[in-house]
Design a protein around this ligand. Structure first.
Ligand SMILES: [Zn+2]
Length: 255
């Protein structure tokens, strides 16, 4: 491991053992748009060893206001391939795997089960509920990162607290899955928050925000961390016992 690259984050109290866990980890990022692209950027920068990028479809011109891994000279090409090329340019030591497909693809359960953590950065609730279920089935922690217009939402699901469906049983009818309004900085903000949650989950350093829904509107900077409860009747997690894997304890103790 090139520890010099991570000198500044090791100055925060984050230890070499915790850094080793990041370097040995696989994170699946479901969606590499404005939210997932920012999350992938900062996971790569922090030294996550392997990123699995899942997102269907080609780059369109209107994506460029927020999808900062993309390039205007590659409009029409697969977004996951462009994202992977950009990440490899900046972080040649990490492995990046790409899947140009949606979250209902039959390969997804195996990809999720092989990950140490997952970020949900999709905008539509059918796919978000699908990744929520797959993570619960596989016992893999999930960070749900969402935005609409200038509003952001962040929830970490580790099996001990509420899942996405506990909090949004019927989705959110106000969120248009296509053509939704967005400033790039709003998507980037929640993507960065999600990356920090994943760093905490994998390293065991500091407590992830389980059981609290972070909501904010970036017009007025009103950030709130709302307690949310598990729904005993939840269709996705209601009858389950917690099954999520604990962080690996093979290095310095976390906090
Ligand atoms: Zn639930």
């Amino acid at each position: 491991m090139d520890t010099q690259r991570f000198t500044r984050q090791l100055m925060t109290g984050f230890g070499p053992g915790e850094q080793e866990r990041l370097n040995g980890a696989t994170v699946l990022v479901a969606g590499v748009g404005g939210v997932g692209g920012a999350a992938a950027t900062y996971l790569a920068a922090a030294g996550i060893g392997r990123l699995v990028l899942v997102h269907p479809g080609p780059l369109e011109k209107a994506d460029l206001n927020r999808q900062t891994l993309m390039r205007p000279d590659r409009i029409g090409e697969s977004r996951v391939l462009i994202a992977a090329d950009t990440l490899r340019t900046h972080h040649s030591e990490i492995a990046v795997e790409t899947w140009d497909r949606d979250l209902f693809d039959p390969l997804l359960p195996d990809l999720v089960a092989a990950a140490d953590a997952v970020i949900d950065a999709r905008h539509n609730f059918p796919e978000r509920f699908q990744i929520n279920r797959m993570c619960l089935d596989a016992g893999v922690p999930l960070v749900v990162a969402a935005m609409n217009a200038t509003e952001i939402q962040l929830l970490t699901v580790d099996g001990s607290g509420p899942c996405l469906r506990c909090v949004f049983a019927a989705g959110d009818p106000d969120w248009d899955p296509l053509g939704f309004p967005v400033f790039g900085a709003v998507a980037g903000t929640v993507g960065c928050l999600a990356a920090m949650e994943v760093i905490k989950l994998i390293s065991g350093f500091a407590e992830p925000s389980v059981g609290r829904l972070l909501v904010a509107d970036l017009w007025d900077l009103d950030f709130r961390s709302l307690p949310v409860a598990r729904d005993p009747a939840c269709a996705d997690c209601g009858l389950r016992q917690p099954t999520v894997r604990a962080p690996r304890q093979d290095g310095a103790s976390g906090r």
